[in-house]
Structures are given as structure tokens and as C-alpha cells.
Design a protein around this ligand. Structure first.
Ligand SMILES: Cc1ncc(COP(=O)(O)O)c(C=O)c1O
Length: 440
């Protein structure tokens, strides 16, 4: 997921290590990081795994620890890009996997008990007026569902999104990503005229100008899509009052506010959803929702979701794996574990501890520009481009997994499991601070 950022930082073209010839079946060969990576590179699309001079192949995980194929142990502060809410191999989810009686269902045709239970459980995490939702598989699909919903409800198609925002890379979403490097190779396939990008924390004047630009092109505006904190953009925080201002702007102009909480939602930043504080119309959730398994959701207020009721016989938006019974079961258990163990509140407390510790130990460093922590979502921003990618490799050597974020790979991002223990977090802080101070 960070491969584009790393490519930029390391300036190694993808595919440059892929030309080695070998036999796919090596009898008697003991698998290790190096030989599995080499075989992977000879078989896989060059874009699918980052180029790595010292490859790491994940083999097994337990809680907040993972082991690679060479047997080396790491603390995992990335936790499946923030999706492993309960860490690796949690016993509650293992039990579901062992006892499941229905692996696959029939999507929009015949529902399952677990779909209903998951939907109701998720609803209990949201404000009361978010009454109706649907499931998809990936975060990107939840955002596509949200955009289609906004289109149906408003009759418009114009979207205002943020230059540094990230909502996924599916074709329908590429026009709303602010990153030109993600869009450029596919330009011919994209309906760019429906989108206006503005910088995060923009003034009302800039937002008004974006609205006018859409109207000038005769595109009826439908929505603004915003992350409560920009994650992949480098953990950029909203300025005081910005999200409230955005909400008023949408209301005033009769368009919807979609909050993309795929990364920030369900406990990550110490709250279940930012929609308790920010009045919005549609919420997208993913990552933590599945506890490491692929499931996402889009929830809206009843009158908004009702706009899907077009009297059609066949579902207009479905997929083979939407509302997958096993994923729903795993998701429900993940949500219940979060609620029963107050993991959102714990994330808030651990985040305060993380922030205090990192600031105490690192604030004096001349290489570091800022440290931003909200719950268990954290970032260390460096002053120079590429330093976060360099740090990632040094940290890995010392047994800690973290990834860069932001286009220039200036920011090291942290999204550990919500149930990480204080001892493990302390161990991670110690490796992190020592490594950064010694190697940068
Ligand atoms: C805010 C946000 N929205 C959407 C997505 C896309 O989710 P997925 O990669 O599951 O499609 C991401 C992924 O990182 C995200 O952070």
C-alpha cells in the first residue's frame, strides 16, 4: 500500500530485480525470505510487491508480533495497514474460523443470519440517525457505494475532494484522488470533469470556488468527501473547526458530506466515529471492521439510503462477496471484542502515553519536524523527503515494522492493533527512538 511512496523515496524502478531466471520447483530447497521473494518477482505483476534489496516475507503472527520466513521476530506497529484491530491470530476469531458453518452465501439474493447480526452490531457503534447500511469487501468499494448513494439522493454527480486525500485506487475513485501519479497512466479511463480538488483545511472561499467550477462545467454537485484525519496523505490533522465548517458548507449548498472513516473509524483514533461530533450524511468504514479480514461498509441516514429503492428487480450494486457470512461473523466478533474491552478508550490512553514518550525522547532531534498522535494512529514527520522510507528499513533491521506515508515519504506512520499491550508498546517505543536517534 505504500509502495508508490517507497518507489519515490528509493528511486528503484519496479520490476528492476525481476529478471532472474530459476525453476519454479526447487526440490529440497528450504524456503527463506530471499528465495521466496525472488520466485515471487519472477511470477507476479511488478507493481504488486515493492522492490526490496533485503526482502522480508511474513510467515506467522501472534498478537502484535510477526515472524518472517527466516525466523526473525518483529513488533508490528502497522498491523495490516490498521486493519488488525485485535492483532494477529486472535483466539476469538480463530474460534469462528474453526466453527463456521457457512463459508459463502448468496449476496443480495439469500441473506444470512450473520449478515443481520453484523449490520445491527455495527449500527450500535454509530449515531442513532445512521439507520441503514450495506456491506462491501474493500474500503474502496465502500467509498464507491457512498458516491453512488450521494448521486442517487441528490441527482448530482459533482464531487469535491481533498488534494492530499486518499480513498482507494479503484477506477471509479481515481478521479477523486488528489495524487496525479496514481491517475496519470489511466487518464483516458477517468471521468475527471466531475471532480474538483481543494487542499485540506481550505477556506470557505476555496470551497465555494470549487462548487462554482463544477457548475460552470454544468456538473451538478453531489457531495464533499473527507477523511477526519488524512491518513495516507501523511496524517494531516484538520484545523480547529474545519470539519464543522465543511459540514455547514454542505448543508448550505444542499450537498452531502461523506466522512471516509475507513482508517480512523471504530476505535483507531479513540472514538468509534467522528460523526458523533461532525454532522455528516454518509459514513464509510473498513479496515478495523474486519479485524484483518476483508469487509467494509457504508452507512447513511434512512431517507438518504432509501434513494436506492428504485423498484428494480435486480440489485444495482452487488458483488459475489458482499455481505459474506464468514466475514460478517468475524466482523461482528471483532466489534464485540472492541466494545466489551473498551478498546477505543484504551487506544486513547495508550495514544497519550505514546505521544508523551515520543515527544520526550525525540522532540530535540534536528531531523524531526513534528509528532502527531490521535489514539493509536500516529505519525513522525521528518524535515527531509525520503527519511521515513530510510527509517522504515533501519527499524526493520532492529525488529520493528512501520511504514511511511505521504507522497514524499517524509512521515512514518503507526497504526498498531487496538489491543497492543503497554509493555509491547514500550518495547516498540524504545526500539523506535533509539533507532531514529542512532541512524538518522
Ligand atoms: C481513508 C481511506 N479510504 C479508503 C481506503 C481504501 O481502502 P482499501 O485499500 O481497503 O480499498 C483507504 C486505504 O488505506 C483509506 O485509508
Amino acid at each position: 500500500m505504500v509502495s508508490g511512496d517507497l518507489k519515490l523515496a528509493l528511486t528503484i524502478p519496479r520490476g528492476s530485480l525481476t529478471e532472474q531466471k530459476f525453476s519454479p520447483i526447487v526440490l529440497g530447497c528450504v524456503l527463506n525470505n530471499r528465495n521466496v521473494y525472488t520466485r515471487l518477482k519472477a511470477t507476479e505483476c511488478p507493481d504488486a510487491t515493492m522492490v526490496d534489496n533485503n526482502p522480508l516475507i511474513l510467515e506467522r503472527g501472534e498478537g502484535s508480533y510477526v515472524w518472517d520466513l527466516d525466523g526473525k521476530k518483529y513488533i508490528d506497529l502497522c498491523a495490516g495497514f490498521g486493519s488488525l484491530a485485535l492483532g494477529h491470530n486472535h483466539k476469538r476469531l480463530k474460534k469462528i474460523l474453526e466453527n463456521s458453518t457457512l463459508y459463502q452465501g448468496m449476496g443480495d439474493v439469500y441473506a444470512s443470519r450473520s449478515k443481520l447480526e453484523c449490520l445491527e452490531t455495527l449500527k450500535s457503534f454509530l449515531p442513532e440517525d445512521f439507520t441503514h447500511g450495506a456491506f462491501a469487501v474493500t474500503g474502496s468499494q465502500a467509498v464507491e457505494l457512498a458516491l453512488k448513494t450521494a448521486c442517487l439522493y441528490t441527482g448530482g454527480s459533482g464531487v469535491i475532494s481533498f488534494t492530499e486525500g486518499y480513498h482507494g485506487l479503484d477506477l471509479g475513485l481515481l478521479p477523486i484522488t488528489g495524487r496525479e501519479d496514481f491517475r496519470a497512466p489511466f487518464k483516458g479511463l477517468l471521468a475527471k470533469e466531475i471532480v474538483e480538488h481543494v487542499p485540506y483545511n481550505s477556506s470557505n472561499e476555496k470551497l465555494e470556488a470549487a462548487l462554482s467550477a463544477l457548475k460552470r462545467r454544468e456538473v451538478k454537485p453531489a457531495c464533499v468527501i473527507a477523511e477526519p484525519i488524512l491518513g495516507r496523505g501523511g496524517m494531516i490533522l484538520p484545523e480547529e473547526g474545519f470539519l464543522e465548517r465543511l459540514s455547514s458548507f454542505c448543508k448550505k449548498n444542499g450537498i452531502l458530506l461523506i466522512l471516509d472513516e475507513i482508517l480512523t473509524g471504530l476505535g483507531r483514533i479513540g472514538t468509534y466515529t467522528s460523526s458523533h461530533e461532525i454532522s455528516c450524511d454518509i459514513i464509510c468504514l473498513g479496515k478495523i471492521l474486519g479485524g484483518g479480514f476483508p469487509i467494509s461498509s457504508c452507512f447513511a441516514k434512512k431517507d438518504i439510503m432509501k434513494s436506492w429503492d428504485l423498484g428494480q428487480v435486480e440489485s444495482l450494486h452487488t458483488g459475489t462477496f458482499f455481505g459474506h457470512p464468514l466475514m460478517c461473523e468475524l466482523s461482528k466478533e471483532t466489534l464485540l471484542e472492541i466494545k466489551e474491552n473498551s478498546l477505543a478508550e484504551k487506544a486513547k490512553q495508550l495514544g497519550e502515553f505514546l505521544e508523551k514518550s515520543l515527544k520526550e525522547k525525540l522532540s530535540h532531534s534536528k531531523k524531526i519536524k513534528d509528532i502527531r498522535i490521535r489514539g493509536l494512529m500516529g505519525a513522525i514527520e521528518f524535515k527531509e523527503d525520503g527519511l521515513a522510507a530510510k527509517a522504515m528499513f533501519s527499524l526493520r533491521e532492529n525488529g520493528l515494522i512501520l511504514i511511511p506515508s505521504g507522497k514524499e515519504a517524509r512521515t512514518l506512520s503507526m497504526t498498531p492493533a487496538l489491543n497492543i499491550s503497554k509493555d509491547t508498546l514500550e518495547e516498540a517505543i524504545s526500539i523506535l527512538t533509539q533507532t531514529l536517534l542512532e541512524t538518522l
